[in-house]
Design a protein around this ligand. Structure first.
Ligand code: COA
Length: 361
């Protein structure tokens, strides 16, 4: 049975909407968010700046910092009622369950509440995993500083805060990726912001999307020394495995975010923070790039954002089990911007499919 409709598995190359939020040029390796290159934003902006920029809100970063601080306190009041959700052993499952409890008010309020709640819940989850009491938020701090404080129990130094801000700004938005598309599909039905973001968390959880940075660190640990990198990569490919942190649907050059995050790790090293895995990561990236280019001479498979996410978040002292959830805290900013933009389209996203079964009669 073939009804003659052309199928685009994976929707590769299909343009599903027009957006003023961001632009990804996979050939040039360029990521632009609201008219600015990601390299510039990552160096100068905070999480709060990213919210102002992406949500195009009339607020400034200072007032948004206040709003996020108040919203973190509100989220904290829900923590004790979220015992079962936050006790789930997988950080993304815990985040998905906990965010589902955020009350839906309106898009502007929900965006702030979700961004704030995600930070509070991921921090609480990571402490509970270590058998520690969660730490209450300090509304006077920036989002990045307070998150690190809620995880580690002490106010972080400026270099660590800068590192996390750079990371969150770098991953805030990235075109029509699977989780952003998911958020837009849910929003297109007229559903609320909280439902859209919870669905997007589910999409980000997959290892082909946001689930890669933890496994990248596992890989670095397994390789352990630069001399073993090439043989290890060859063996993994022979077992039919994919090399985590390598390859991308859109980029045909090195993901520009890998560059930005590698530089953020270097900045931490310069500030005196221990960056144990940087040299190893560079060696593994070189080996993986070489081996993959031999196997796929016509398909460029280079480091993606997840590769140096692993190294950066590890350097910031975060547990690998929390990496995808920390990614989600940053990406919520982009998801919310896309939900708000999707509202203006006033059209449900509803593609078609080709039936391959039998027809009656
Ligand atoms: N390791 C080994 N081989 C890879 C690979 C990787 N990381 N990424 C792609 N390939 C291979 C595929 O097996 C395929 O080979 P084939 O043509 O012999 O079947 C070829 O390259 C094309 O891959 P394809 O699956 O068409 O790419 P995609 O655009 O659908 O997938 C990713 C993009 C990101 C899902 C893919 O590169 C991947 O799985 N990467 C590892 C996971 C990861 O780092 N995810 C984070 C993304 S930001």
């Amino acid at each position: 049975m073939n009804t003659g409709k052309e199928v685009h598995e994976g929707l590769e190359g299909i343009v599903v909407t027009a957006t003023a939020i961001g632009h990804v040029d996979g050939e040039k390796g360029q990521l632009v968010v609201r008219g600015r290159d990601i390299e510039v934003l990552a160096e100068t902006c905070t999480y709060e700046d990213a919210c102002v920029l992406l949500w195009a809100t009339p607020e400034n970063a200072r007032s948004l910092q206040t709003d996020l601080g108040i919203a973190r306190r509100d989220a904290w009041e829900r923590v004790t009622r979220l015992g079962d959700a936050l006790a789930l052993p997988d950080a993304m499952e815990a985040l998905r369950a906990a965010l589902a409890h955020v009350p839906s008010v309106n898009d502007a309020r929900d965006s702030v509440a979700l961004a704030a709640s995600a930070a509070v819940y991921v921090a609480a989850w990571s402490r509970m995993q270590r058998g520690l009491e969660p730490v209450a938020p300090d509304a006077s701090l920036t989002h990045a500083a307070d998150f690190l404080r809620m995880v580690n129990g002490q106010v972080p130094g400026a270099a660590l805060v800068r590192g996390l801000d750079s990371y969150w700004v770098t991953v805030a938005d990235h075109g029509m990726n699977a989780s952003t598309f998911t958020a837009r599909v849910v929003a297109s039905t007229g559903s609320d912001m909280v439902s859209s973001i919870v669905a997007a968390v589910g999409a980000l959880k997959g290892p082909l999307h946001g689930g890669a940075p933890g496994p990248v660190l596992d890989m670095l640990d397994a390789i352990a020394s630069p001399a073993r990198a090439e043989a290890w990569i060859e063996e993994a490919l022979a077992r039919g495995e994919r090399i985590m942190g390598m390859g991308h649907r859109i980029y045909r050059v090195r993901d520009p975010r890998a560059e930005v995050l590698e530089r953020a790790v270097e900045a931490l090293a310069t500030a005196g923070v221990r960056t144990d895995r940087l040299d190893l990561a560079r060696a593994v990236e070189r080996a993986a790039t070489g081996v993959l280019s031999q196997r796929h001479p016509t398909r460029a498979l280079k480091a993606n954002v997840e590769f140096y996410t692993a190294v950066l978040l590890d350097t910031l002292g975060l547990a690998r089990s929390s990496f995808s959830a920390v990614f989600a805290i940053g990406r919520i900013v982009g998801w919310a911007a896309h939900v708000i933009e999707q509202r203006t389209k006033k059209r449900i996203i509803r593609p078609d499919s080709r039936y391959t079964g039998h027809l009656p009669g």
